[in-house]
Design a protein around this ligand. Sequence first.
Ligand SMILES: Cc1ncc(COP(=O)(O)O)c(C=O)c1O
Length: 454
Amino acid sequence: MSDEPVKFLLTERDIPTHWINLLPDLPGEPLPPLNPATKEPAGPGDLTPIFPMGLIQQEVSPEPEVEIPEEVREVYKLWRPTPLYRARRFERALDTPARIYYKYEGISPAGSHKPNTAVAQAYENAKAGLRKLCTETGAGQWGSALAFACQQFGLECEVFMVGSSYDQKPYRRSMMETWGASVHRSPSDVTEAGRSQASHPTGSLGIAISEAVEIAAQDEGTNYSLGSVLNHVLLHQTVIGQEAIAQLEQAGDEPDVVIGCVGGGSNFAGIAYPFVRRVLRDGARTRFLAAEPAACPTLTRGVYRYDFGDTVGMTPLMPMFTLGHDFVPPPVHAGGLRYHGDAPSLCGLVKAGLVEARAYKQNETFEAAVRFARTEGIIPAPEPAHAIKAVMDEAQAAKDAGDQRVILFGLCGHGNFDLAAYDAYLSGTLEDPEFSEADMEEALGRLPDVPVPV
Ligand SMILES: Cc1ncc(COP(=O)(O)O)c(C=O)c1O
C-alpha cells in the first residue's frame, strides 16, 4: 500500500464553534429586501409571521461570526466533520496535473449538506416554542433533512414536494415519512397557491415555496423553513468551508479554484464563503466557479432585479439574478437547481466579478458524474454533477496550460435516490432541455415594478 493519503479527517472536537457571516466583509452597503406589498425596505417585523426571532437575528446579523449553539453541535456530531478526499483515481483517469479535492457532505443522515441548516433551524424554532415546520423540497434532499431535524427537536414537519421530483423519487417521500413528516405533491389542492398553479403539473420550487409559506402564515404554531437563498441558511453551511480549510492545511495545499453547484446558493456559499473572506481580507488569489443547469441558467442568463422568492409573490422582494418568479424550469433531474433566483449575496459576488458562473446541459453533467462514480466510487447527486463537469473543464485547462492547479469542489450529496435519472442517462433517453428566450421574455414582463438597483 502506498503512503499517499486519500482522506483528510478531523475529530468531533474540530467541529467549528462559529458560523462565518460574510456580509460585513462585502464591499458597499447591502441592498435591503423589500416588503412585497409596500415595496419598502423589509425589517425584522416583516419576517416574524413565518420565522423565529433567533433566525431573524442571524439573517440580519452585522457580526462576522455567529456562535453555533451547543445543542446544534451535538447533533452535528452524528456526521460531522465530513471527510475531505483527494480524488487521486479521478485525477489519473483525467490524466491531469491538477490536484483535485472534494468535500463530501453525502455522509449526513439525509445524504447532503442540507441538514447543516435544517438542524440549526429546527433548534431555533423549537426553542421559540413552535409546534410544526412547513417547507418545500425540490430534489427531496431538503425535505428529508428537515424531516430528520424536526425529529431531533420534537417538531412536526409538513413538506410540499415539487411534482416532477415527487414522481421521479418516490423513496425520498418514504424517507421523509420514516422521519415522521407528511408530504404533499406540489402543486397540491390543499392551498390556494397550489390550486392557482394547477396548470403547471410538474411544479417548481417557487410554487412549492408559496404553498408552504401560505400554510405557515395561517397558523400561529407553524413556521416556515427555507433550505437555501436566505442569509441565515448560507451562514449555517459555512461549517463546510471552515472544515475544508483545516483539512487542506493537513494536506499541505491551498486551492487555486473552489467549485460548487448552485440552486439557491447554500452549498456553494458553504464551501466557498470562508475562502472568499480570505480573498476579501487577505488578498488571497483563489478563483470561484459556480455551476448551474443550462435549463435554469439564473446566474448566466438571468437579469439582476428585485424579484419575489416564490411564484405567487408572498415573500419579500430580493435583489438577485432572476429568470422571473413565475418561470417554471423544464423538469431536469437536478431538481434542487430548478430555482428562478439565487441568494442575494452570491448574486452580488457574481455581479462584482468575484465568482464566475457557468451553465451546463443535463447530459454532459451525467457524463461527468458517471466518470466520477467509476473512479471514486461515490454516485453523485445530479446537482453536484454540475460541479464535477466544471472540475473536468478546469482539470483539462490545467493540462493544456501545463500547470498543477489545486481544485477544491463541493460534493454536496449522493445520488443513491436518483438512479432513475442515471437509468435515463445510461439508456440514452435523457433530454437536454434548452432554456427558451421566449419563456424568459414573458416571465420578465411580469417582474415586480420596483427600481432596478444601481
Ligand atoms: C444535493 C443538492 N445539491 C444542491 C442543491 C441546491 O441547493 P443549494 O444551491 O442551496 O445548495 C440541492 C437542493 O435541493 C441539493 O439537494
